[in-house]
Design a protein around this ligand. Structure first.
Ligand code: PXL
Length: 277
């Protein structure tokens, strides 16, 4: 934490998801849950519900750049999270910002499609991400579909991971939610090799915003100054709990309950004390 701020600040670049499940809405809740303050540069407005995405309206690159500069010049940002970017021009704007703050850890969730399977990132934007942002990334968090998209040549997870690491990110955490395995296995790579695997009980539903929740939690923990290996474990535990205690409010996917910790036994005890007084 910086001595100018009582709370670590995370700068988020992300799209708005009006359902509140994914995007910047997810990032704010996750980052707040990690005890940090989320500042948010909106890169795109999406029209979507819990089932599907109908439209994406990218914000123009100058507005993305100006939002980020306004925050960075005002607050002691301690980590950056990048989610949906919306256009190749926005990739260039984010690249320019990251080049000016090389000391900040960057968590990039290379969003290609929504949980419902809609394409959110076109090929030109994806290519710009690989060339301009992957080399500046501390932690890249693709799911296994996205890993295949970025490394189509590889014929297994290991070779795809090696191909992606060569673009320059420091750590690569590939999530296994989309695989047909009994458990969910997430795999961490770095320093040209596999570093860890993490195995989680597979939950019964399909969730909207799990990747945003995980990557934002990692960014929050890195902003707290926590060791990256500890941050990866804690962020996965947090994300799994949000899904386990998630709910189905709309007619599509379930949503993570990112404030489950505020509704637990401790919070209920506090409420009972208030009622009694
Ligand atoms: O989960 C990826 C994602 C990220 N950002 C926005 C989204 C989605 C998925 O729907 O809508 C804005």
């Amino acid at each position: 934490m910086n001595d100018r701020s009582p709370v670590p600040v995370v700068l988020v670049f992300a799209g708005s998801d009006p359902s509140g499940g994914a995007g910047v809405q997810a990032d704010i809740e996750s980052i707040a849950s990690m005890g940090c303050h989320a500042t948010c540069v909106i890169t795109a407005i999406t029209v979507q519900d819990t089932e599907d995405v109908a439209r994406i309206e990218p914000v123009d690159a100058m507005t993305v750049m100006d939002q980020a500069r306004a925050i960075l010049e005002d607050m002691p940002v301690a980590a950056i999270k990048v989610g949906l970017i919306g256009s190749a021009e926005n990739v260039e704007a984010i690249h320019a910002i990251l080049m000016d703050y090389p000391e900040l850890p960057v968590v990039l969730d290379p969003v290609i499609e929504s949980g419902g399977g809609s394409v959110l990132t076109d090929d030109e934007t994806a290519e710009a991400m690989v060339n301009l942002l992957f080399p500046l990334t501390t932690v890249l968090t693709p799911n296994s579909h996205e890993a295949t998209f970025f490394a189509p040549e590889g014929d297994n997870l290991e070779s795809r991971a090696q191909e992606i690491l060569e673009y320059g990110c420091e750590f690569l955490l590939i999530t296994g939610t989309h695989e047909n395995t009994r458990d969910v296995v997430n795999t961490l790579y770095g320093h040209s090799r596999q570093l860890e695997t993490y195995t989680w009980d597979r939950l019964p539903f399909s969730y909207h915003g799990s990747g945003c929740t995980l990557s934002a939690a990692i960014a929050g923990l890195l902003a707290q100054g926590i060791d990256p290996y500890a941050a990866f474990i804690e962020a996965q535990e947090y994300t799994w709990d949000t899904l386990k205690q998630g709910y189905r409010i709309g007619m599509g996917q379930h949503l993570p309950n990112r404030f489950f910790w505020a509704h637990g036994e401790e919070a209920q005890r506090g409420e009972a004390e208030l009622d009694a007084s």
